[in-house]
Design a protein around this ligand. Structure first.
Ligand SMILES: [Zn+2]
Length: 290
């Protein structure tokens, strides 16, 4: 699969290089032209859209509902980056498809904003957006990157970012207040997405049981059972929207409830959806820890 996609990217590269010669004169953006802002996946889209505001479109490379961890770039992605002024990414090696795609796009004007700049990663885990405090840092990084590229919109970007940041601070206060009573709450996840969140609010992701997407093997089941027993875990967290029949059976055997915890890798496009989904997660964690 990977090899096939690279071949497509290679073809696109040839096509774009061919076009570049004749279009380069007319495609120079005029100072008043709107910026073309491209983002990689949903949380980057939300944070960027929140800062940029309503009047300016923001593009999203990975459509919601598409698996983001093993994402393979499409020719449309190459073409979007080829025409963009700004590319916003999460960084921390999350968007593995990006390096080759950016190369193929051959856009020397492109400015990349790494939303995780100055964020200390935990063992290279990319899921920083699930901690509201680090999400705030990502919004600040995106805001400052946008201002550096388009200083005439500074006031707008600052005002929009401040509004969103205030909501992130409120969310952080809610998490702190509601989870402070469960310092020893331990959970097992099937997606290694929550080390930052757990770290921030002093709950413990004690184990991550990697499971295949389609079905559990007896070995997977045994691994999960061992983890639950070893850590006396209070909850099993699965992904919302995934058929969890096997996990459900497993959790019943272990007398634990299976709770859906959202890694926010898919969902609605509205930047406010971050707060809806994070508050839903807070409810789930609180109930599981009780
Ligand atoms: Zn993930």
């Amino acid at each position: 699969m990977r090899r096939q996609n690279l071949a497509i990217a290679g073809l696109m590269l040839l096509a774009l290089t061919g076009c570049n010669q004749s279009y380069s004169q007319v495609q120079q953006p005029s100072p008043t032209a709107k910026l073309k802002v491209v983002t990689t996946f949903l949380p980057m889209y939300w944070f960027t859209k929140a800062v940029v505001g309503e009047e300016q479109p923001v593009e999203l490379l990975i459509p919601p509902g598409t698996e983001v961890h093993d994402y393979q770039a499409t020719p449309a992605n190459v073409s979007a980056i080829a025409k963009a002024n700004i590319l916003v990414k999460n960084g921390i090696n999350f968007e593995e498809f990006l390096e080759g795609t950016v190369k193929s796009a051959q856009n020397s004007q492109l400015k990349e904003i790494n939303a995780s700049a100055n964020i200390k990663s935990l063992a290279g885990n990319p899921h920083v957006w699930l901690d509201p405090v680090l999400a705030k840092q990502q919004v600040i990084n995106i805001r400052d990157g946008l201002i550096a590229t388009n200083p005439e919109k500074k006031a707008t970007y600052q005002a929009n970012a401040t509004t969103y940041i205030q909501k992130l601070e409120k969310l952080d206060a809610e998490y702190k207040q509601r989870l402070q009573n469960y310092p020893n709450c331990t959970f097992i996840s099937f997606h290694d997405a929550y080390p930052y969140l757990a770290n921030r609010y002093r709950i413990k992701q004690v184990a991550v049981v990697e499971i295949p997407e389609d079905q559990l093997s007896p070995t997977d089941v045994q691994k999960a059972i061992n983890a639950v027993k070893q850590y006396k875990a209070k909850a099993i967290f699965g992904e919302p929207g995934v058929d969890n029949k096997l996990l459900k059976a497993l959790s019943q055997d272990l007398n634990l409830t299976l709770q859906p915890l959202d890694s926010l890798e898919s969902g609605a496009l509205d930047p406010q959806h971050y707060f809806t989904a994070m508050r839903e997660n807070l409810k789930v964690i609180e109930n599981a820890c009780k």
